[in-house]
Design a protein around this ligand. Sequence first.
Ligand SMILES: [Zn+2]
Length: 274
Amino acid sequence: MRHSSETRPLLFPLLVIVLAILHSTPGSASELVVERLTWAGVKLTDGDTTVLVDAVGTDLWDGEAPEGLVPVTVDTRRRYALITHVHNDHFDVPTLQAVLGERGYVICHESIAPYVASRGLRVIPAKEHVPVVRGNFVFTAVPAVDGFGDEQVSWIIRSGDKRLLHGGDTLWHGMWRTTGMQFGPFDVVFLPINGARVAQEPMPSAPLVMTPAQAVDVAEQLRAKVLVPIHYGLNDPPAYVEVEQALQQTLDIAADRGQQAVHLRPGEVLSWRD
Ligand SMILES: [Zn+2]
């Protein structure tokens, strides 16, 4: 077992973290493989099914994508793309059109389904708290709050006995505890950490994305075994300003509070072996 040097040497009984792998390979029928993609993106593969979440393969960062731009590829027959919301750092239309083709579907909250469909993608609309079952996967949209007031959900993804949550770029909100009580504990939660502030008039002091401390709070509320930080590493003041050292802050706060946190770089994978 190996883990990042930036995390505490904690035990991972069933969790195998494979570092320095550029691309994940599809697992066997009983193996869930989770690859972090660029920015907020995550790719899950289990048997003949691939699930993308907020996958962005287009270079939005002019060659300087935080921790590198990972190609979004799909090798399996079944393919689905979940999106938390339609901002372009979470919903990459050309990439999804390319990898979903004629066979794949976007799964999104029903409120944004017409917009997604208008972009030439096949859509499965979902209601909050109503499970969508496809293959070995169960997807459930749960409440999120977008910093700009747009529609956003977080996704709970279940595959076999593994349960994950992807938090897009949500704010802290009052439903985390309920979500944790209803659906927890989670094996892994992917949560935004950069506490971004965007130039606005008037300029609020509150960030538009969860901060490192809030992300650790959420991991605790969800009873997460492992927190994987996403959505960090971009500073473009004054237009877009994130908290300083967002990743290291998250790892430090988590360590102080006994919350397992793993720095998973884009292209690195988590897998579990039964
Ligand atoms: Zn975002």
